[in-house]
Design a protein around this ligand. Structure first.
Ligand SMILES: [Zn+2]
Length: 173
């Protein structure tokens, strides 16, 4: 492709540099999703001057995120937006999977269940995750945004629901 006058503002390949993963090394979590994320930018990387955070993943098999001791649920002072998109062109409303996102902590913890293309706003300070995908029939896309995020600095929180739900154990990544 021709080089643009504004080339410094374009990312033309998967941006896995955050994790030092070569584009050719498509390491996935048990072959269930792109991991590290397919596209990502945050805090002047990979585009100098960028202040927003964007993370994009493909999911094509049952899996879970933020459900392990190593990567538990977290909260941060910034708001975050989760956008879930199905890939069924005959029915864009169909997410192609049964998804469960936990929000809150302790007695306020609650699960959001959905199977349609959906957008969820995470207000500042609200713990979120685990995020669990079951019955994945078609690949789906997840895009996460945080505006004016700078460096996110998430704080981890306890995840009793991770331990209490044995069905997570078989699919977590
Ligand atoms: Zn978050």
């Amino acid at each position: 492709m021709a080089v643009s006058k504004y080339e410094q503002y374009i990312v033309r390949e998967p941006t896995r540099s955050k994790h030092n993963v070569a584009v050719s090394a498509w390491s996935t979590v048990e072959n269930s999703r792109t991991a590290p994320p397919f596209m990502w930018m945050e805090n002047s990387k990979p585009i100098a001057g960028v202040t927003h955070m964007v993370e994009h993943l493909w999911i094509w098999k049952d899996t879970a995120m933020g459900a392990t001791v190593e990567k538990p649920p977290h909260k941060h002072d910034l708001e975050e937006i989760f956008l879930f998109l199905g890939t069924n062109k005959d029915d864009p409303n169909d997410l192609g999977a049964d998804v469960e996102l936990w929000m809150g902590e302790g007695k306020d913890a609650d699960k959001i269940s959905f199977n349609t293309s959906s957008l969820i706003w995470i207000p500042p300070g609200i713990p979120h995750m685990p995020l669990i995908y079951r019955n994945v029939k078609k690949p789906l896309l997840l895009v996460i945004f945080a505006l004016e995020a700078g460096e996110m600095r998430p704080k981890t929180v306890d995840c009793p629901q991770c331990l209490a739900n044995p069905s997570i154990q078989g699919i977590q990544g």
